[in-house]
Design a protein around this ligand. Structure first.
Ligand SMILES: [Fe+2]
Ligand SMILES: [Fe+2]
Length: 183
């Protein structure tokens, strides 16, 4: 089931013009990786966390960035029910993780699984600083290098602030190194 979901997300990334395979390689893979590490550490349900991590930005790659936490949760429900006849109870858990994953939205995370996915999402930014610059230069069309540096720095600071303590512990060296280089 997980392999099929991963394949589905990969296919969606392949056809997406804006974020595409760059998102798959730099963001989805590392979000899933960290979500599983955190779930193991905190005793969360690995299956729920892994499925939610794969699907958390699915609406974003389908072109609905603004409301992607809501649209993504709806998409997950249809997809998991339609393709796998997944139980409603588990679907609801996955949906909550997707709905509550964004740092910019003031949505309370009610479960340990939701905390894992939200932190993993932010941790993934520290895995590929080059991709963060790509976002500044290409995504936000910033031309000035100093401005790009400040953009990346404040994005990483916001990501850091979103993390639960267990996630900070894992990513601390990368955060310190990034702040040193971007100062
Ligand atoms: Fe997102
Ligand atoms: Fe994300």
């Amino acid at each position: 089931m997980i392999t099929k979901i991963q394949q589905h997300v990969k296919e969606l990334c392949e056809i997406d013009q804006k974020y595409g395979m760059r998102a798959y390689n730099t963001h989805f893979l590392s979000t899933v990786k960290y979500a599983k590490i955190l779930a193991e550490k905190l005793g969360g349900d690995i299956e729920i966390v892994e499925i939610a991590a794969w699907l958390h930005d699915v609406a974003s790659i389908k072109g609905e960035y603004q409301e992607h936490h809501i649209k993504g949760a709806e998409y997950a429900e249809k997809y998991l029910k339609g393709q796998f006849n997944y139980s409603q109870e588990k679907i609801d858990q996955v949906k909550h993780c997707i709905y509550a994953h964004r740092g910019s939205k003031d949505i309370k995370r009610e479960t340990v699984e939701a905390e894992c996915v939200a932190s993993a999402d932010a941790m993934s930014h520290f895995d590929d600083i080059a991709a963060m610059f790509g976002l500044a230069y290409i995504g936000h069309k910033i031309i000035d290098t100093e401005e790009a540096k400040q953009f990346v720095k404040s994005k990483l600071q916001r990501s850091w602030n979103k993390l639960i303590p267990e996630a900070k512990e894992i990513i601390k060296d990368q955060y310190d190194a990034a702040m040193l280089l971007l100062d």
